[in-house]
Structures are given as structure tokens and as C-alpha cells.
Design a protein around this ligand. Sequence first.
Ligand code: GRF
Length: 208
Amino acid sequence: MSDKAKKLRLGILISGRGSNLIAIANNIRAGTLPGVEIAIVISNTASACGLAVTRELGLPGEVFVSKGRPRAEHDADVAACLRRHNVDLVVLAGYMRLLSPEFIHAFPNRIVNIHPSLLPAFPGIDAQHQAFDYGVKVTGCTVHFVDEHLDHGPIILQRAIPVLDTDDADSLSARILKEEHKAYSEAIARIASGDYEFQGRRYVRRKA
Ligand code: GRF
């Protein structure tokens, strides 16, 4: 991923509204996420609002309905589509489907996810509500590589958000989402730069 002449081709997987997809696409267009292009957007539901957005943005999109299909079989279709589009990095953006081990092993350290809490706190669904109900004073979002365990892989970056006394779970979620829209592009830029490396679980800037 360090070949500066070649753009990093993203395959973005969605299930819903697609606001992170929009933020990434806008940053690419604005030139603030250089060296990156969206090769394909894939949804696992035909009704995802993010599909309409994909069309409006003029991006290629495909649907592979997952409901009722064995996970490995559905994932094999998605993986084949990603390969057809020469995808370098799989970007989960509100993809509400667990990935099979086969899929994860097919793209080692090449799948990223954004999670709306400071992992390892509050993995799983409704992380913003979990954090709010727990009463933490700081939460945030985490961009991480995906491994076989839920919300667990090496962290690329995190952004902290204070929880205000005046917050409810919705106002807190809205502030986290706003930060997500910046954080995801920054994390992708780190990967595209080729300037970062793994030291065990740590993903850190290479020494000059
Ligand atoms: C975001 O909150 C993200 O952290 C979580 O799913 C949500 C997706 O939102 N993984 P959107 O579809 O990108 O608007």
C-alpha cells in the first residue's frame, strides 16, 4: 500500500444510511484524502439509503442480499466482487453483518471498521447508548483493523468526545458521528501513506 503512484482502491461495505461513505467520498473529491479512490460500494440490503447516495455520487454500487443466505456463501460473492474491482482496502461503513473467518483471512489486515466508542470499551451494538448509560465522562470513536473477534483488531486511530451533563444518548451519538466523519478519512490516509507499520498490535508511524 506504499506505492505512491498507484491509488489505494477502496471497497466500501454498507447496510444503512451511508453517512461515513458520503464523508469519505466528499473528502476524496475535495482533495483532502489524496491517493485514494472508491472502486465499489457494496450493500447487503437492497433498501440501504446509502445505495441512493452511491448513485447520486456517481459511484459503482452492487447489492448482495445477505438475508437467508449462509454467511460463507454470501461472503464469497462479496469477496469475488471486491476482487473484480481490484480492491486494496475493504472499508466497513455501517455494515451490519458479521464477516466469516474465510472473508477475514482473504483480506489480511486489509479490512477496516469504525466503531462509535473508545475500544476496548463498549464493543457490539449501540455502543453510544452503552457508554451513555454506563455514565462515562469521555467516549469517542475508534477506527481499527478487523480480525476474527468482534470490534477487536489493531487500532489505527481514536478520537475522544466528552460526555456533557446536558447530553442525552442522541445528542452524544450525533457528536460522535460528526467526529467519525473526520476520523475515518484520517485513518484511511494513514494506511494510504505507507508511513505506518505494525509493532505487534500497535499500528505506529515508521521511524524515519
Ligand atoms: C456509525 O455510527 C458507525 O460507527 C457504525 O455504524 C454507523 C454507520 O453510520 N459502525 P453510517 O451508515 O455511516 O451513517
